[in-house]
Design a protein around this ligand. Sequence first.
Ligand code: GDP
Ligand code: MG
Length: 593
Amino acid sequence: TPLDRIRNFSIIAHIDHGKSTLADRLIQVTGGLSEREMSAQVLDNMEIERERGITIKAQTVRLDYKGHVLNLMDTPGHVDFAYEVSRSLAACEGALLVVDAAQGVEAQTLANVYQSIEHDHEIVPVINKIDLPAAEPDKVKAEIEEVIGLDASHAVLSSAKSGIGITEVLDAIVERIPAPKGDASAPLKAMLVDSWYDPYLGVVILVRVIDGTLRKGQNVRFMQAGTEHLVDRVGCFRPKIEQLTELGPGEIGFITAQIKEVQQARVGDTLTDAKKPAREALPGFKEVQPVVFCGLFPVDAADFEKLRESIGKLRLNDASFSFEMETSAALGFGFRCGFLGLLHLEIIQERLTREYDLDLITTAPSVVYQIELTHGGGYIELHNPADMPEPNKIESISEPWIEATIYVPDEYLGSVLKLCQDRRGVQKNLTYVGGRAQATYELPLNEVVFDFYDRLKSISRGYASFDYHQIGYREGDLVKMSILVNEEPVDALSMIVHRGTAETRGRGMCERLKELIPRHLFKIPIQAAIGGKVIARETIAALRKDVTAKCYGGDITRKRKLLEKQKKGKLKMREYGSVQIPQEAFIAALRMG
Ligand code: GDP
Ligand code: MG
């Protein structure tokens, strides 16, 4: 395809503003799909993605429209996958900015649009859901101009749901988004945008050709990985697979090259011709590093092999997730796993439970701390609170910080600011736009990974939106807090906390564990301690021999319930010395009230 006939674009939107629905409409109108095939949303194709309404892996679709080839690049919709988003955006020249006509601009819209502007994209505003009675397109236009600083006078008005304004969107893509540039005679340079494992095709690689031509039968070198592979398939998605013989400059498509593992096809790598290589790789390659770690242990020790196998399978398709074997005194054999963020962790955990039918115990998520050792012992990276060196070996500890942007209606601002303050936040900026506040805070990642997002949503009745990126490490007064149940430390519950908030956190943990651990025949002390010093304590009173004896007056239903509860509980308990701790206590205890 000649360069001036190609348009590469992505769609940016806040969650639920209609990105997937619009994408499906564009595919339908340009003939890629029948009405029947439309019924299932095409671009979000994993079950969990559909349920959570988010896109995890980037996908692309080639559309034909009025003699042009339009490549629609779908991008992951969550901050955890920011690097993948950045590579998808780098493969495009423009973006549709979809804004809900009733909701207006939200935090995620902002974060995405700024990224798009950084990539020099031509941005076409699309005001969607104009069919809604609450739609206020003029107000939203004004907001786009005021908040983002984009000219919204030519915004396209659409209803993706009812099919209004779809050809206008397509025309705007052709007329307003620039054609790609590239040199067909230069040595091949193609960017690896995404890769995933397909059971029939092996590893499929999504590429954007910058210069030269990528052909079937060609031997290509992956410049960052330093490997060479023979291309055995070239094609594109319409969204069904169509095989091609080659991809020229400016084009987006896929290749397969008999690659077995996604780790060999890393996002951001540069593909070049092995015989006539480009002199230098494309800029912007980054090795993605997990930022949140936790232990995953089978509830039933006999499931360990099954867990190993399942984790291995998931890893086949997800290069950003890491794992290594771990043993815990209390939990036995399991794995220490690394994730891009909490959502990523939850997705993996959910898939292991749902698709692989495993009952798991997840230990306290932890960020990666940098520890400077005394006597010039250098630095270590700490992924697991259980591996914390003795205090006298530690010179200093640093923790990762983030910059968060929170967008919230005025009336909830007070509680949001208090939440940020309680989590050691440092306010950087606070502005108001049309009855809404935009607060920028620097926060320790450690204070955010547990339940910050849930809290934010609940104190703002779901109206606040939140986005963040990492800004580096800072030294902090951090200590390891251990939890002792019946005088025995439970390593899965130990965590690293700031000294200033340790007591509150410790008290909260003890109080919640008191509720979560059932009574035993003896009294159980629960303690939070730093080093040898107990900072909080609760006691679970002993149970009398006959559980039902304390139900006065023969409340039969209550008695029966108690017994049933006990029976059910037995299945999901772990023994700690002589104490049984229910599985859900591990995560529930971490939620900060
Ligand atoms: P995404 O999260 O941005 O991909 O949003 P979706 O495309 O999944 O849409 C979120 C919800 O909004 C779904 O329930 C859609 O049916 C609905 N929706 C999308 N476009 C429109 C529209 O133009 N009008 C109305 N009324 N609803 C829409
Ligand atoms: Mg979607």
